[in-house]
Design a protein around this ligand. Structure first.
Ligand code: KIV
Length: 273
């Protein structure tokens, strides 16, 4: 990893992503939305923590990410920053915070960087946001791109469906990733992309790719934390593997607590002063 300390807490930097790709070391990323889970995933040794706008759906119960706001992302990112010491911290820019024009994008992304202590922002889009990404990179804001299924465009895409299945759309995706690489993005998320398409793009391009539902040929993998922990147990897409069953644990633990309180078993002498 980097020989010099980063200006933030994290010791992993955006430059390490490229070094990891070149060294064929797989990049591991997860989302986090608060200081507690930020600390736990950092202690687990992930390389990157993404404060995803998925917070709007997964924790706030909204039907999509569209209603997420800059204030909301700053609130969660500041909390996560307090927990993350090592991993690279990236913040998702919410819908309409970077698409209207370049100046608004610079101001909103700059605000997120200044107010959260994050090291990079993530924007959804390919060639359509490349100019904005270039302007951000030019003022010193590292940018992670995001192509394939871009949840902020869910209505235009007609649902949460795999992208790049036809030759034409796979070609467009390849062009999008090339545009992001040329704009100076340090990495790109490939979401819901056929494994063969994602593997080809990852092999052909220098930019590190981070897959979610994009197969094993990407340079890294990301999952949404409550999904991989089995906390968000009503969400079961094909690409998701659950590494715990925490929704069952929560219901079981709270159920036992309620039962013991109701029976007068808790608190007992051991838990009283
Ligand atoms: O918002 C999010 O959590 C994301 C990941 C799915 C990559 O964008």
């Amino acid at each position: 990893m980097s020989p010099t300390p980063s200006p933030n807490n994290s010791s992993v930097t955006t430059r390490d992503f490229l070094a990891m790709k070149q060294a064929k070391k797989i990049i591991v990323a997860v989302t986090a939305y608060d200081a507690l889970f930020g600390r736990l995933v950092d202690e687990a040794g992930v390389d990157c923590v993404l404060v995803g706008d998925s917070v709007n759906q997964v924790l706030c119960g909204e039907p999509s990410t569209l209603s997420a706001t800059v204030e909301q992302m700053i609130y969660h990112a500041r909390a996560v920053r307090r927990g993350v010491k090592r991993a690279l911290l990236v913040v998702d820019m919410p819908f309409l915070s970077y698409q209207v024009n370049r100046d608004e994008a610079l101001r909103n992304c700059g605000r997120v960087m200044k107010e959260t202590g994050a090291q990079a922002v993530k924007l959804e889009g390919g060639a359509n946001i490349a100019e904005t990404a270039r302007a951000l990179v030019d003022i010193g804001i590292p940018v992670m791109g995001h192509v394939g299924l871009t949840p902020q465009s869910v209505h235009a895409l007609g649902g949460y469906r795999v992208q790049g299945k036809s030759e034409d759309s796979a070609r467009r995706m390849t062009t999008d990733v090339a545009a992001l690489e040329e704009a100076g993005c340090f990495s790109v998320v490939l979401e819901l992309v056929p494994a063969a398409v994602a593997a080809k793009i990852s092999a052909e391009r220098a930019i590190p790719t981070i897959g979610i539902g994009a197969g094993a040929g990407c340079d890294g993998q990301v999952l949404v934390l409550p999904d991989l922990l089995g906390l968000n147990d009503t969400f079961s897409p094909k690409f998701l593997k659950r590494y715990a069953a925490m929704a069952d644990d929560v219901r079981g633990a709270v159920g036992r607590f309620a039962d013991e309180v109701r029976r007068g078993v808790f608190p007992d002498a051991d838990h009283s002063f």
